[in-house]
Design a protein around this ligand. Structure first.
Ligand code: A3P
Length: 297
């Protein structure tokens, strides 16, 4: 491990490096047999790929469906009025009980790689999985920034050190390449949908339609438009119910750094040196060529 990036408490669970505050071996063992059912929606990803953005779309789709079917009773709090962290379970950090106590239909999330997912292998599970992908160069920039969002990691981490670990080493949350390729291998499973940050950015309306159809709902255009309006970067950044620094996890987050950072495609061009770009491209092609997965790299 790269000691300039890692903390003493960082440790391996099932071969993947985790911060102590995120996942411990004994918690992982407990959450492994999480009982899943067919109306559970899992949003999974490598960190910093657009997870919260996708969860927001899923939450609003569910809320609209409940509204349209008249199944919201007077004492139900609509999902959009609940904090993101209270209406969704991050299975690594929350453990088993919190997820079990969520109201149905549940939205679950985690960043664990395919082979570690609670509830068993996704393509054999009754739940639905939405896997979010993003250009790895942008993931590395967003992830480096994230170190400064987390209180426990507020020490100076040079981007160059993090980048080296991301590309060549054994980074926190595991290798981006392995993570993405494992899911990509199961892209044809009927209960797995792969979505991309760049496509959501290009056409959010289309993404919401695709996600809602995957979840079994045909929403009309005005409803999709209303969801898309709520899910723009500016609207989400301004919504305290979607920002982690206002959540029950608030103690973990620095107030002066925002989780909703830039929300753009291609920010890596402002950060990676020509040498880093060449290094990344070479490794990318070595690992990804032949997979059929293309990030325009
Ligand atoms: P940046 O750091 O590049 O801005 P995750 O939820 O997986 O941790 O991903 C976080 C990234 O998604 C951050 O990227 C964040 O700004 C971006 N993001 C969140 N909501 C977004 C939205 N509505 N539009 C565009 N980007 C969004």
């Amino acid at each position: 491990p790269n000691s300039d990036v890692l903390l003493d408490g960082d440790h391996f669970v099932d071969g993947i490096l985790y911060p102590d505050a995120v996942l411990r071996e004994e918690e992982y063992k407990k959450v492994l047999d999480f009982p899943l059912q067919s109306d559970d929606t899992f949003v999974t990803s490598y960190p910093k790929s657009g997870t919260v953005w996708t969860i927001s779309q899923v939450k609003l789709i569910k809320e609209k469906v409940q509204e349209l079917s008249g199944s919201i009773s007077g004492d139900t709090v609509p999902l959009s009025k609940m904090h993101l962290a209270d209406s969704v379970s991050w299975l690594e950090e929350d453990g088993k009980e919190f997820g079990m106590a969520l109201p149905y239909p549940r939205t679950l999330t985690c960043h664990m790689p395919y082979h570690m997912l609670p509830g068993g292998e996704p393509h054999k599970s009754p739940a639905k999985y939405i896997y979010v992908m993003r250009n790895p160069k942008d993931v590395s920039i967003s992830f480096h920034h994230y170190f400064y969002v987390l209180v426990e990691r507020k020490h100076e981490i040079k981007f160059d050190d993090y980048f080296e670990m991301f590309v060549n080493g054994n980074p926190l949350y595991g290798s981006w390449f392995d993570h993405v390729l494992q899911w990509w291998d199961h892209r044809d499973a009927s209960n797995i949908l792969i979505v991309r940050f760049e496509e959501m950015k290009k056409d959010l309306h289309k993404s919401i339609r695709t996600i809602s159809q995957f979840m079994g709902h045909n929403l009309d255009e005005p409803t999709i438009n209303a969801i898309a309006e709520e899910c723009t970067f500016d609207r989400m950044k301004a919504n305290p119910l979607l920002n982690l620094d206002t959540s029950r996890y608030a103690k973990k987050y620095n107030k002066d750094r925002t989780f909703m950072r830039k929300g753009v495609v291609g920010d890596w061009k402002n950060h990676l040196s020509p040498e880093q770009t060449a290094q990344f491209d070479a490794i990318y092609h070595k690992k990804m060529d032949g997979s059929g997965l293309d990030f325009g790299i």
